[in-house]
Design a binder for this molecule. Structure first.
Ligand SMILES: *Cc1c(COP(=O)(O)O)cnc(C)c1O
Length: 395
């Protein structure tokens, strides 16, 4: 067995860049002051947070007063939805999509139990929302539209600017979960008419447990966390200073290298898609062929369980994800794959390979030395596949 190991699961999380870690370390060490204190030691922490806030604001074309640090992307999504709905006197209706991350979907379910109404828009076979559907779903009770920027499973990028325009025209707030987009594809909150936007540092080579919510000036929102007066009295809790510093550095570096990195990622992504679909039978690409995240590949292998595929890839030291939720104790395939119209059987045989800037063609070569054999072996064990083979011979 080879001792090579390859990480193709950047959609789940990424490692912290060494340059990012280096900037964080002093804030665990000699610069440990509480940013809310008044002595000099504290000022360096306060200054670091202010700096990080303006850096992040600038990178998405926001004002630094519009950036609020959080503890995760999930917190940002919860805050966006609950915060806007609880503060609204206008109505009780949210429009979202059926392919959102659970941080959005489960928050919507929670709000529905409290009496709020939620419309879950369908998507097309590529996972795209039709802006016309968004517009048609708006009623005089609609307060918020929440559509993710790019999907974490199939990588599909949504027509965010068009949806933003519709929201603006109808006087409805527009939130986007940009956790997969931030640091990976360009974001301009002004140009795209975005009112609220969620980010999370660990998805763009920053540290885990820190995120940010962009809240446009004037948007009325309830607080999720009460306490001290941190984050201009909107999100209490002593700031995660090293995390915040790391997040800003990571976003800055990701944005600086975005163009060159994406050129290479798109090339490698399309190489995997081409070689797999040409060399392995009964495979289908999920998601949009071009409007997709540069590092995202999502494939369905007929007559295979995604979980077994992952297990065999892991034996060969390849980290990836599947499209089923078996790991969480449920046998339901991914809600995203079902929403794009995959039958259960095919949705179960899905594999997500999400590439990052440190991946190379060597990693892909290695993938191809093991993947076809694994697929073949698993299919040999499938009674369904046996029938297909017999059927083929009979034709
Ligand atoms: C990872 C992810 C989240 C959750 O972010 P955490 O920081 O891990 O809580 C939310 N939405 C999307 C689209 C994600 O990919």
């Amino acid at each position: 067995m080879s001792c090579k190991s390859v990480y193709f699961d950047h959609g789940a999380t990424t490692f912290t860049r060494p340059e990012v870690l280096a900037e964080m370390l002093p804030y665990f060490g000699q610069m440990y002051g509480n940013p809310s204190s008044i002595y000099k030691l504290a000022k360096s922490s306060k200054y670091a947070i202010d700096n990080a806030r303006s850096t992040i604001a600038e990178l998405i074309n926001a004002d630094s007063k519009e950036i609020y640090f959080t503890g995760s992307g999930s917190e940002g999504d919860n805050w966006a939805l609950k915060g806007v709905m609880y503060a609204s006197t206008k109505g009780n209706h949210i429009i979202t999509t059926s392919i959102e991350h659970h941080a959005i979907l489960h928050t919507c379910k929670y709000l529905e139990k409290e009496g709020y109404k939620v419309t879950y828009l369908p998507v097309d076979e590529y996972g795209r929302v039709n802006p016309k559907d968004v517009e048609a779903a708006i009623t005089d009770k609609t307060v918020l539209i929440s559509v993710m920027f790019a999907n974490n499973e199939i990588g599909t990028i949504q027509p965010i600017k068009e949806i933003g325009e519709i929201a603006r025209r109808h006087g409805v707030y527009f939130h986007t979960d940009a956790v997969q987009a931030a640091g990976h594809i360009p974001i301009d909150v002004e140009d795209m008419n975005i009112d609220i936007l969620t980010m999370s540092a660990h998805k763009f080579n920053g540290p885990k447990g820190v995120g940010a919510l962009y809240i446009k000036k004037g948007v009325k929102m309830y607080n999720l966390i009460e306490g001290g007066s941190q984050e201009r009295k909107r999100r209490a809790g002593t700031e995660n200073v090293p995390g915040i510093v790391g997040m800003a550095k990571a976003l800055k570096m990701s944005c600086e290298h975005m163009e060159e990195v994406n050129k290479n990622l798109i090339r490698m992504r399309d190489r995997i898609i081409k070689e797999v679909t040409e060399n392995i039978p009964y495979v289908k690409l999920n998601g949009h062929p071009t409007q997709r995240l540069p590092g995202n590949v999502n494939l369905s292998f007929k007559y295979i369980e995604g979980e077994s595929l992952l297990l065999f890839l892991d034996i060969n030291n390849i980290c990836a994800s599947s499209g089923s939720a078996c790991t969480s104790g449920s046998l339901d395939p991914s809600h995203v794959l079902l929403a794009i119209g995959l039958p259960h059987g095919i949705a179960h045989g899905s594999l997500r390979l999400s590439l990052g800037y440190e991946n190379t063609d060597d990693d892909i070569d290695y993938l191809f030395t093991v993947l076809p054999g694994i697929v073949d072996r698993l299919r040999q064990m499938s009674p369904l596949y046996e029938e297909v083979l017999k059927g083929d011979k009979g034709e």
